[in-house]
Design a protein around this ligand. Structure first.
Ligand code: BTN
Length: 306
């Protein structure tokens, strides 16, 4: 109902009477008044006059009704520990494929290798629950698909030189703008769910806590609509994974990576290696050539360009 009321406000661009809203939407004027009051409480700038209501300007809200085509699968929480925790609970309770958990901020945002992901207001924090019918070994390709689609979208929407750093970071001018984290559960060699969490620095300023990070607002010098970015990303990512042959993901991802053919330090949960990143195989494993000429394969870790 809230989405429908907002749609009418945006269409009319003038004062709309409670009576007109109630007859178009088939609910009582009291019900309209309650919804409008709730929208005002949520931060929407709606004025109420003796003749009706008017939306003064749009806000960058991430409530489910802001995504009308996928409203039933979007869940927004103003503050959570981590969207990964919430998405895990939803997935174990059987939520459907492509359910999206969004948070305004996170108290315990997690990064890879148990790092903290600082998650203040203004950033975009969400986790998508996927239920691909694939064996776990192929699932990493979906993480690479996610970083590929996001890098392409950032280039297209903002004309910025977004590049991917193994495994799934997105950098602009060598500074991190987005990171991804995934959690998987499998049953009898089939993925039961794969949750991919995205942290995108949009209107927040992460540099104080993470000097090597930046945000879209810092790069572009203006506020960016998180809703538009998220909406376009969800459409593009969903369509990509529905249509792509997973064999094509890594070759495409390689066109946007800055990791290959350079010296790197790779940190995993149990060791640190240095070498030249010579390739990424079809499942996303990083192939390193070490100083003694031997080859080391790293499935999961963090990579630092040196
Ligand atoms: C990394 O680069 O280390 C991964 C960062 C992933 C951050 C996102 S924010 C949404 C989701 N919830 C979390 O706690 N982490 C991921």
């Amino acid at each position: 109902m809230k989405g429908q009321i907002l749609k009418i406000f945006k269409r009319e661009k003038r004062i709309v009477s409670g009576e007109a809203l109630s007859s178009e939407l088939g609910v009582s004027r009291v019900s309209i008044w309650k919804h409008v009051r709730k929208l005002q409480e949520l931060g929407y700038n709606i004025i109420a006059t003796t003749t009706g209501y008017r939306l003064i300007d749009s806000i960058d809200a991430l409530f489910p009704w802001e995504f009308p085509d996928r409203e039933s699968k979007i869940h927004f929480f103003p503050k959570v520990t981590s969207t990964m925790d919430v998405a895990g609970e939803f997935a174990r309770k059987g939520c459907s494929h492509f359910t999206v958990i969004i948070a305004g901020c996170q108290k315990k945002g997690r990064g890879r290798l148990k790092r903290i992901w600082h998650s203040s207001e203004g950033g975009l924090y969400f986790t998508i629950v996927l239920r691909p019918q694939i064996p776990p070994v192929l699932s990493l390709r979906l993480n690479f698909a996610a970083s590929l689609v996001l890098a392409q979208l950032l280039r297209q929407m903002f004309c910025i030189d977004a590049m991917v750093k193994w495994p799934n970071d997105i950098l602009v001018n060598n500074r991190k703008i987005s990171g991804m984290l995934s959690e998987i559960e499998a049953e009898s060699d089939m993925v039961s769910f794969l949750n991919i969490g995205f942290g995108i620095n949009v209107n927040n300023d992460p540099a104080a806590k993470e000097p090597a990070a930046t945000s879209l607002r810092c790069i572009l010098g203006k506020k960016i609509s998180r809703k538009q970015l998220l909406s376009e990303f969800l459409d593009k990512f969903e369509s990509y994974i529905n249509n792509v042959n997973l064999d094509n993901v890594i070759p495409e991802w390689k066109k946007y990576t800055i990791t290959l053919n350079r010296r790197v330090k790779v940190v995993t949960s149990h060791d640190i290696s240095e070498g030249v990143a010579i390739d990424v195989d079809e499942n996303g494993t990083l192939i390193l050539e070490l100083a003694d000429g031997s080859i080391k394969k790293v499935i999961y870790g963090d990579c630092f360009h040196i």
